[in-house]
Design a protein around this ligand. Structure first.
Ligand code: ADP
Ligand code: MG
Length: 398
């Protein structure tokens, strides 16, 4: 549990710090629709600047295919970072030489424009990390959202130079530790979102720890389908049927309440203007036949979930309950967020889209116990997985 802090790097005056952040923000064209991750990176950058260091900020954005793609440029983030920092931020290509870097703050272009960043070959990643390492003196790792990834800038880079964890990672771990060590009971976990197979895995690990598991979002349809219900064109991962059935049985054995929706908002198509109607969870095709698509939990489910959340002392929520990006399908997510602000205990929101959702719906950050910047990372942490990006910073999984 001994995460190396920035202090362990010694006097930073006059040095160049390579700072891995997670600035993977949602974009609409070149407009940042939620700048939470940019804001979350500010305290560490300020601390390094106050210590007299120049800072080369690095991040990925989206999933470009290992080649430059203007759609995934970090340029809009450089602009926002400069506004929030109140000092200029230079924007540089990945192959910028150290001698070309100006003093102050520089943001490098999207790390994933280089295929070696996320390569499966350790040698390729190490080569890319060495090129990055040549641009600075020490590494500070603060991209909490990517610590579960064995990627060049997260894993190999932290071993190529003296390295330490930034303030964001430290703060995130502090909260997650409180969720794992001795969470106050009842402990409820709410899961939603779209990455079905990503999240089915963590249910395994959470079942022995929680009192209640509430399932919403796109993944709920795999559960309903596994129970034999028709789900129209809703999100489905058929390969997970057996796993899902096992979870349902295991929850029962362990006395964990696994709560599935009882009603769903079905839409005629995947569109913000789609016709939509609420139907019982076992009669989804009553609405638009086999063409219908489930885009939100229904009002009855939202009320049930909200009541469970409010009655808990510890709540962790990851994944929107519906397609909140379309206002007609945001009510389930709103109800869960509202209930989380009313928890008498610790209420944590985890996940990029979940955090964006609560802000888009008008909730203030401080209405929650904590808003984590990392979805997958926080889930894997709760699962007890050893996270490569933390291990290289001295963290040992208890
Ligand atoms: P997070 O980033 O918080 O971990 P995910 O990335 O797993 O969350 O999922 C977020 C996405 O899930 C949102 O873009 C939302 O539109 C989508 N989603 C939620 N419910 C559904 C649904 N019923 N059908 C399709 N997509 C959904
Ligand atoms: Mg997401």
């Amino acid at each position: 549990m001994t995460l190396r802090t920035i202090e362990t790097l010694g006097d930073l005056a006059g040095t160049t710090v390579l700072l891995r952040c997670d600035l993977n923000v949602p974009l609409d064209g070149d407009r940042i629709t939620d700048d939470g991750r940019v804001r979350a990176s500010i305290p560490t950058i300020r601390k390094l600047r106050d210590a007299g260091a120049s800072v080369v900020v690095m991040s990925h954005l989206g999933r470009p295919e290992g080649a430059p793609d203007p759609k995934y440029s970090l340029a809009p983030v450089a602009t926002r970072l400069a506004e929030l920092l109140g000092e200029p931020v230079a924007f540089a290509p990945l192959d910028v030489a150290r001698s070309e870097l100006s003093d102050g703050v520089t943001l490098l272009e999207n790390l994933r424009f280089d295929p070696r960043e996320a390569s499966k070959e350790a040698g390729e990643r190490a080569a890319f990390a060495a090129e990055l390492a040549a641009k600075g003196d020490v590494v500070v790792s603060d991209g909490f959202g990517v610590v579960h990834r064995e990627q060049a800038s997260v894993y190999e880079l932290a071993q190529a130079l003296p390295s330490a964890a930034g303030l964001l990672i430290a703060a995130e771990l502090d909260v997650l530790d409180r969720l794992t060590a001795t969470p106050a009971k009842p402990y409820t976990v709410v899961l939603g979102g779209s990455k079905v197979s990503d999240k089915l895995g963590v249910i395994d690990a959470l079942l022995p720890k929680v009192d209640r598991l509430l399932i919403g979002g796109g993944m709920l349809f795999t559960f309903l389908a596994a129970q034999g219900h028709r789900i129209g064109k809703s999100l489905l991962e058929e390969s997970q049927f057996d796993t899902v059935k096992r979870y349902l049985a295991e929850a029962q054995e362990r006395g964990v309440e696994l709560v599935l929706p009882t009603d769903i908002v079905m839409a005629s198509t995947f569109s913000p203007e789609a016709e939509h109607t609420v139907v019982p969870a076992d009669r989804l095709e009553d609405a638009f036949g086999p063409e219908g698509i489930g885009l939100d939990i229904g009002p009855e489910t939202a009320a049930t979930f909200a009541a469970h959340i409010r009655a808990s002392k510890t709540v962790f929520w990851n994944g929107p309950m519906g397609v909140f990006e379309f206002p007609a399908f945001a009510e389930g997510t709103r109800a869960v967020a509202q209930a989380l602000t009313e928890v008498d205990g610790l209420g944590v929101v985890g996940g990029g889209d979940s955090a964006a959702a609560v802000r888009a719906l008008g909730f203030a950050d401080d209405a929650f116990g904590h808003i984590s910047t990392g979805g997958g990372a926080s889930l894997e942490f709760l699962e007890g997985t050893t996270l490569p990006g933390l291990e290289v910073l001295g963290w040992q999984t208890p």
